[in-house]
Design a protein around this ligand. Structure first.
Ligand SMILES: Cc1ncc(COP(=O)(O)O)c(C=O)c1O
Length: 408
């Protein structure tokens, strides 16, 4: 008889269980907020990327309703066919405006998700023309990049014959060495701006200098920085004071997501207009998928207005300060991070899972992040803070952690 597929996959699942690696879904019955109803239980949550608390903002939900009244429910087709609505077009103009001080001749392209934006950007940039199959990109990829960047790089390696070199976390010396040793004139550096499981920030200014020195393009994934970093909260380029009148900034391809600080969903790339136009022509995750509903784009126009109000950001940064001042860990390690991502490294998978479970018994939800998402032996609680957490809610988590650590 044929192979027992069911038994094979059941064994694999059991193996995941044995390693404490099986992921389980929790069902939320309420809107994204610090207090949510999860599987019928009221819980205090520190796990979303809704850093500014906009996901359940009345003005944003109002804008979505208005968007539905104006444009109906679905887009009906992909952007390249008939799905590109004026709301998408307006949104792209406004998104381009957010990066206009940093990137010259900037144009923005809206995607349904950040995952798709990264795939399109990397494979698009690595499509160097069919006439001459000898042209290929060398990609220099940060070790701790998000899975969507990694997958984009893997795809480009297969599909576009790109060469891939991975450099260690924050190791600019090694990156410089790799860049200097590579004779290929086509080079692309790929990095997260804020590392999603660590919360630390890439040295964008120094990376840009290296990109200039070796004439490379640089793709910056600012999923966790757009709306948060910099004087105006416009993201990593704002924070590092990159200027569009410096011709060097034309080599930047910026990716921002809209499902985190912006509180809704989607993503965009912003770059010099020819680069964006090429990514649009070649990006299969842009071309071969239904455009997201125009009401989402209409809602995102409201998100951008709300993100421009500095008090949301200020409240978040007050909360981060409060948390860092009051959390006193003895055995576990709070990672050095100035962003809303405040991970606590516990160590083994089983221990991290156990701490998360003990918090869960107190109706506090913090996710345990384990390999392969993070390195072996560095399983952690990924605490994320939002502008809408109160000090008393943050205290509740701090007190619970202190007590659990004491008895651990
Ligand atoms: C660094 C980073 N890049 C890209 C993404 C993908 O964005 P999206 O959730 O919009 O697909 C995420 C998170 O999901 C992320 O953390």
């Amino acid at each position: 008889m044929s192979h027992s597929y069911i038994q094979h996959y059941r064994d694999l699942l059991q193996h995941l269980d044995q390693q404490s690696l099986r992921r389980k879904l929790k069902i939320s019955e309420s809107a994204s907020a610090p207090e949510m109803v999860i599987n019928g239980r009221s819980m205090l949550t520190f796990c979303s990327n809704d850093y500014l608390g906009l996901a359940n903002h009345a003005e944003l939900t109002g804008a979505l309703i208005e968007g539905a009244q104006l444009y109906g429910a679905g887009s009906g087709a992909s952007h390249m066919i008939s799905g590109h609505n004026q709301a998408h077009e307006q949104l792209e103009k406004k998104l381009a405006d957010t990066q206009a001080s940093f990137i010259p001749q900037v144009k923005a392209l809206f995607f349904s998700t950040g995952y798709m934006a990264n795939l399109a950007a990397i494979t698009g940039l690595c499509s160097l023309g069919n006439q001459n199959a000898t042209l290929r990109m060398t990609i220099f990829s940060e070790e701790l990049n998000h899975a969507s960047l990694i997958d984009g790089v893997r795809l480009a390696s297969k599909q576009n014959n790109a060469q891939v070199k991975v450099y260690p976390h924050h190791d600019l010396k090694q990156l410089e060495k790799l860049l200097s040793e590579d004779p290929n004139p086509f080079k692309l550096i790929v990095t997260d701006a804020v590392f999603s499981m660590d919360g630390d920030i890439a040295p964008i200014d120094q990376l840009l200098e290296l990109a200039e020195k070796f004439n490379a393009l640089i793709l910056i994934d600012d999923a966790h920085g757009f709306g948060l970093l910099g004087q105006q909260g416009l993201g990593a380029l704002d924070m590092f004071n990159i200027r569009s009148n410096n011709p060097n900034s034309a080599r930047i391809i910026y990716m921002g997501t809209l499902g985190k600080a912006a509180g809704l969903s989607g993503a965009f790339i912003a770059a010099e207009e020819n680069l964006v136009e090429w990514i649009m022509q070649k990006g299969r995750t842009y071309i071969y998928t239904t455009a997201s509903p125009p009401l989402v784009a209409h809602g995102l126009l409201k998100s951008l207005e709300l993100m421009a109000q500095p008090h949301h950001r200020q409240q978040l940064y007050n909360n981060i300060q409060y948390w860092q001042k009051n959390l006193q860990l003895k055995k576990w390690q709070l990672m050095p991070s100035s962003t809303a991502i405040q991970p606590i490294v516990i160590g083994s998978n089983a221990d991290a899972l156990k701490v998360a479970q003990l918090l869960d018994h107190q109706n506090i939800w913090v996710p345990a992040i384990r390999p392969p998402t993070v390195a072996e032996g560095t399983a952690r609680l990924r605490v994320t803070l939002s502008a809408t957490h109160t000090e008393s809610q943050i205290n509740q988590l701090i007190e619970a952690l202190h007590a659990i650590e004491n008895d651990f």
